[in-house]
Design a protein around this ligand. Sequence first.
Ligand SMILES: Cc1cc2nc3c(=O)[nH]c(=O)nc-3n(C[C@H](O)[C@H](O)[C@H](O)COP(=O)(O)OP(=O)(O)OC[C@H]3O[C@@H](n4cnc5c(N)ncnc54)[C@H](O)[C@@H]3O)c2cc1C
Length: 379
Amino acid sequence: MILEISPEQKAFQQTVEQFATDRVRPQAAAIDEDAAFPRELIREAARLGLMGMTIAPPWGGGGRDYVSYALGIEALARGSAVVAVIAAVNNSLVGEPLEEFGSDSQKEQWLRRIAIGESIGSFALSEEHAGSDAANQQTVARLDERGYVISGRKVWVANAEAADLVVVFAATEPGLRGRGVSAFLVPIDAPGLSRVTTADSLGVRGLGCMDLEFHDVRVGTDALLGAAGDGFRIAMWALDGGRVAIAAQALGVGQAALDEALHHARTHEAFGQPIGNYQAIQWMLADMATELDAARMLTLKAADSRQRHARATLDASMAKLFASEAAHHAADKAMQILASKGYRRGSVVERLFRDVRATEIYQGTSEVQRMVIAEQILQ
Ligand SMILES: Cc1cc2nc3c(=O)[nH]c(=O)nc-3n(C[C@H](O)[C@H](O)[C@H](O)COP(=O)(O)OP(=O)(O)OC[C@H]3O[C@@H](n4cnc5c(N)ncnc54)[C@H](O)[C@@H]3O)c2cc1C
């Protein structure tokens, strides 16, 4: 068993790390402060092939394997959690299901633009009463002689502020729960679709989260992604990849917290010596490094599983659960090590502490990951 990334994967990781260090990290505080979607930075990321890392080159993507993708998302998140999620949503939740389930004409129309970052994609599954219980879709798509008419409200749609395309899930056979859900490709400027600004969020500010209201939005049957009734399966398939990406995102944030804590432990003195000389601080650092490394192993294993198998549900849930909790612990310990310097509004650790919390909530809460894991191992 050789636990080493290939020279090609290493080279890609270094390219993304360089970009994250030179371009992303210097802007992370401003993105958070202004809560503004970082359009120009995303254009730069797109020019490096980071908006469609795993999409095949004929469609304009980077053609990277999933381990490279996870390494890329981790590196981006070390610079800014927000930039990492924007890329992850575009890639895993929009580009990948389009590539896997889209017709040739849907791919012609959307996939190339999504993969090169010319268009931004978003994924609208959650509703007020369909978060953890995602099969409980109240948004309805009625079929008539001219196509489908979509009505309902989606909440917390990341990237929505800048999106051109939204993958929307709606009940085409209400009452059948997951078996009656279909997926649709809807242009964000479709008549009847409006974006609603919602309350500010604790962290990942700048992610462009908005609610989407559908008032009789008309689409043709050619807007269906996959077959009618396949929507829930498509969403769960996409989330296998998305959860690997969120594990990698959490890892990047946790690693950034460890970096800050290590620097402070080496340079800040108390009682006449660096605080890193004290065992109490050393043990916190040791726990952070150990948990993050374990999380990295699980994340890379899940990425490899996503690359090689039709479904990676168990590995993806384990990786997301463990990495998000490890990263949360790391941000918490970093706050303890920096103490008042970390607690100050505007400190790097304060931002990481807020950003990391979302990784235990979106793309399935930690409780949902535990439910998925239990279901899989009991099978
Ligand atoms: C920053 C951010 C970005 C997001 N981006 C998107 C996006 O792009 N697209 C999208 O579709 N959604 C998005 N979401 C929504 C996200 O996926 C949901 O918030 C998440 O799935 C949880 O749903 P909920 O908030 O409705 O909580 P609920 O489902 O109401 O859960 C409330 C609590 O109950 C627990 N719980 C629920 N059911 C059970 C059970 N059976 N057993 C035990 N505990 C249970 C949950 O774990 C949680 O602790 C985003 C959310 C956030 C915060």
